[in-house]
Ligand binder design. Structure first.
Ligand code: ATP
Length: 238
C-alpha cells in the first residue's frame, strides 16, 4: 500500500537546511493497521505529511497503491489526496457553525446520488453510535463525540488509506481508548489501511503492528545511539 524508498526531507531552520527524515526502506501492506511511535520532534508527523502528499520529498520515492507521488506536481498530489486519503487530526478540524451531519456532508463524493448520500451518512452515524447527535453543533458534542464525527468524515468517502495524527491526543484516557478501539475496528471491517501516530504506548498496544520511528528514520537512530552512548558515559546530548 505504502512504500518509501531512500526518502529524505529537510526543513530550513535558522538559515540552513536541517535533515529531518532519512528513510531507506519502509512498507505498509494494504489492510494493515500500524501505530507509529517515537519521541517528540523525531519526524512522525512529517512522515504522515509525506505519505499524504501534503509535503513533497526532497529525494527518493514514495508509492501509495499505484500512485508514484514523488513524481507528482502539487495539483496531482491534491487530487491523489482527495481520492486516496482520509485524515484525522488531534483537534478534529470540524466547522463550528455546521451541524455534525453537515460537517460530514461537506466531504461526500459529488458523484453520489441523493439517496446514497442519505443512506451512507445515516449508516456511518449509526456505526459510530451518534445517530441521535446528527443535528448538534460541534460545541454541543463531547470531545470524544467530535472525534467520532471527524472519523466519519475521514472514512465515509471510501479513502483506502487513513492517516491519523495523535487522533486521541486531546481526549481523556478512557475516551481515548474507546475512540482508538472504534477507529481500529472500523478500519478492519471497512478494509482500510490505517497509519496512526501516537505518543501513548498503551494505545499503541491496541494495534496489530507497532513501528518505532527509530526503526525507519536513520537520523533518529543516530541521535538515539549518540544519546545512549553519552548516557553510558554519564553525559547528556543536546
Ligand atoms: N514546515 C516545517 N518547517 C520547519 N521545520 C519543521 C517543519 N515541520 C516540521 N519541522 C521540524 O521537523 C522536526 C520533526 O517534526 P514533526 O512534527 O515531524 O515531529 P513529530 O515526531 O511528529 O513530533 P511531535 O510528536 O512532537 O508531534 C521538528 O524539529 C520540527 O520543528
Amino acid at each position: 500500500m505504502i512504500a518509501f524508498h531512500q526518502v529524505t526531507k529537510s526543513f530550513p531552520i535558522n538559515g540552513s537546511m536541517l535533515p529531518i527524515v532519512k528513510v531507506k526502506h519502509w512498507t505498509v501492506e494494504a489492510g494493515e493497521r500500524v501505530a507509529l511511535i517515537g519521541p517528540s520532534g523525531s519526524g512522525k508527523s512529517t512522515l504522515l505529511h509525506l505519505a499524504s502528499g501534503v509535503l513533497p520529498v526532497d529525494s527518493g520515492e514514495i508509492t501509495v497503491a499505484d500512485h508514484p507521488i514523488h513524481r507528482y506536481s502539487e495539483g496531482q498530489r491534491d487530487r491523489y489526496r482527495a481520492q486516496m486519503i482520509g485524515y484525522i487530526f488531534q483537534d478534529f478540524h470540524l466547522i463550528s457553525s455546521l451541524s455534525a451531519r453537515q460537517n460530514v456532508e461537506l466531504v461526500l463524493p459529488p458523484a453520489w446520488t441523493k439517496q446514497q448520500r442519505r443512506e451512507e451518512v445515516d449508516r456511518w452515524f449509526e456505526l459510530v453510535g451518534l445517530q441521535d447527535r446528527q443535528k448538534h453543533l460541534p460545541a454541543q458534542l463531547s470531545r470524544g463525540q467530535q472525534q467520532r464525527v471527524a472519523m466519519i468524515r475521514a472514512l465515509i468517502g471510501n479513502a483506502p488509506l487513513i492517516l491519523a495524527d495523535e487522533p486521541t491526543g486531546s481526549l481523556d484516557w478512557e475516551t481515548a481508548g474507546e475512540v482508538m478501539s472504534l477507529l481500529l475496528s472500523l478500519c478492519e471491517s471497512e478494509k482500510r489501511t490505517l497509519l496512526t501516530v501516537t505518543h501513548d504506548l498503551h494505545l499503541a498496544r491496541l494495534f496489530p503492528k507497532t513501528v518505532h520511528i527509530s526503526e525507519l528514520n536513520e537520523l533518529v537512530r543516530k541521535t538515539n545511539e549518540a544519546e545512549s552512548s553519552a548516557d553510558s558515559k554519564g553525559e547528556r546530548v543536546g
